[in-house]
Design a protein around this ligand. Structure first.
Ligand code: UDP
Length: 480
């Protein structure tokens, strides 16, 4: 049998650009450093988005991709959470996945391993039918993974809502976490989003291993605890930080005015403001942030989308719903001319964070954004919006100490005075300096773990050897 047939890995990214971006970089490593071929298999409820297509067009030819038949989610209410939509998309794609594996098997090209992300575990049913080894790529951190591994047990013992617990929750290797800081689905245990989160978490134990996009210097205790063997706990491989350096690939445009603008700004003087691939602010919040940025007097690049009452309203396509500029306070663009730049919908984030003029990042604490900031040594202002971002913010502010938290007032709005306070403290204060130094240490740690003999490199090699040793079994099973 030809070698290319043997070393085949399939990856199912669940919908959302933030899920796809690290998996693309992961796939490139499997191809470039470990000799695998990779096929991305996309479940979806509609044809691929332009952001997805741009990313896929930038892939090397050694990485193939296929789209499964779109699933019908029209029975879901418009209020269904993203976790529900994503999980059901995978579940309802199983018939087409089965068909695809059937044809791959007939062509003797069945993958040895199927990698899914946190909401894709229902695809394990098809993997099991074809004796394909199931793995999870956790695009988030060790703290979140530890919590999810505990969730089935916590769910059995808890009689109230997490947010009503009077004591913080203790997760092995992690700091104390209050119910309110848990991810959005955990705020309502009767909701569908929670049921899907729990459903996936219960299936984690079926994985032959979990790949973790984090590294030891960043979360030493949580990672050590995860690596201790235990019941219902697959081996965990910390292989991060895996970041995609080609953020311009997403909209296919590598000519960005903001990068030229950055060239003309003083060293470390610019605050980069972005809420990830899909985050949006309410109209009132957008105004307070704008006014705070003006009053802080600091230089900034702000990736802006038109306002929405739903914080993740651009999650599935990354684009602003309408032109966002008319929503800015009157005179904002004139008042910030030369000092600030507003970029609608999408900016080349990695290149901005890598630029020497960038000195801080006001972020929604998505895990990719966090890792991209770490590998570039850029300190953070934590402004979580949805999903598990509050848990990430807690980790970054209280535990790792690489971020300042922008505090909401009672009415959940971050007021302009708070924006001014936190921006100034990060960009000019002593506290900002301490956070910057801590970020530099982490950046060095990230370089170390990714060297040839580094811990994350070794962890990925260990997994890849395990996958390669799974091959003969697959070869026998291709008669399925
Ligand atoms: N991103 C980007 N430009 C933007 C917004 C986002 O390149 O204007 C990229 C960012 O670099 C990161 C990803 O989109 O790789 C966002 O992932 P993250 O986990 O931070 O947040 P999510 O979008 O999943 O909420």
């Amino acid at each position: 049998m030809a070698e290319a047939k043997i070393l085949h890995i399939a990856i199912i990214p669940t919908p959302g650009v933030g899920h796809l971006i690290p998996l693309v970089e992961f796939a490139k490593r499997l191809v470039d450093h470990h000799g695998f071929t990779v096929t991305f298999i996309f479940p979806g409820e509609s044809p691929p988005s332009s952001a997805q297509i741009s990313i896929l067009n930038s892939l090397p030819s050694s990485i193939a991709y296929v789209f499964l038949h779109p699933v019908d989610l029209s029975d879901l209410p418009s209020t269904a959470g993203i976790e529900t939509r994503i999980s059901l998309t995978v579940t309802r794609s199983n018939p087409s996945l089965r068909e695809l594996f059937g044809s791959l098997s007939a062509e003797k090209r069945l993958p040895a391993v199927l990698v899914v992300d946190l909401f894709g575990t229902d695809a394990f049913d098809v993997a099991a039918e074809f004796h394909v080894s199931p793995y999870i790529f956790n695009p988030s951190n060790a703290n979140v993974l530890s919590f999810l591994l505990q969730l089935p047990k916590l769910d059995e013992t808890l009689s109230c809502e997490f947010k009503d617990l009077t004591e913080p929750i203790k997760i092995p290797g992690c700091g104390l976490i209050t119910g309110k800081d848990l991810s959005d689905p955990c705020q309502d245990r009767s909701g569908d989003a929670y049921k899907w989160l729990l459903h996936n978490a219960k299936r984690f134990k079926e994985a032959d291993g979990i790949l973790l996009n984090s590294f030891l210097d960043l979360e030493p205790n949580a990672i050590k605890a995860l690596q201790e063997p235990g019941p219902d706990k697959p081996p965990v491989y910390p292989i991060g930080p895996i970041v995609n350096t080609c953020s311009s690939c997403v909209n296919g445009n590598d000519e960005y005015e903001c990068l030229n603008w950055l060239d003309n700004q003083p060293l470390g003087s610019v605050l980069y403001v972005s809420f990830g691939s899909g985050g949006t602010l309410t109209c009132e919040q957008l105004n307070e942030l704008a006014l705070g940025l003006v009053e802080s007097g600091k230089r900034f690049i702000w990736v802006i989308r038109s306002p929405s009452e739903i914080a993740h309203s651009s999650f599935f396509n990354s684009n602003s719903q309408t032109d966002p500029l008319p929503f800015l306070p009157p005179g904002f663009l004139d008042r910030t001319k030369g000092k600030g730049l507003v970029v609608p919908s999408w900016a080349p984030q990695f290149q901005i964070l890598a630029h020497p003029s960038t000195g801080g990042f006001l972020t929604h604490c998505g895990w990719n954004s966090t890792l991209e900031s770490i590998v570039n040594g850029v300190p953070l202002i934590a402004w979580p919006l949805y999903a598990e971002q509050k848990t990430n913010a807690l980790l970054l502010v209280e535990d790792v100490k690489v971020a300042l938290r922008a505090r909401n007032s009672e009415d959940v709005i971050v007021r302009k005075e708070e924006v001014v306070r936190v921006v100034k403290r990060l960009m000019e204060g002593e506290e900002g300096k301490a956070i910057r130094n801590k970020m530099k240490e982490l950046k060095e740690g990230a370089v170390r773990v990714l060297r040839g003999d580094g811990l994350s490199t070794k962890a990925l090699t260990e997994v890849s050897l395990k996958w390669k040793s799974h091959q003969p079994e697959v070869e026998q099973d291709t008669t399925h």
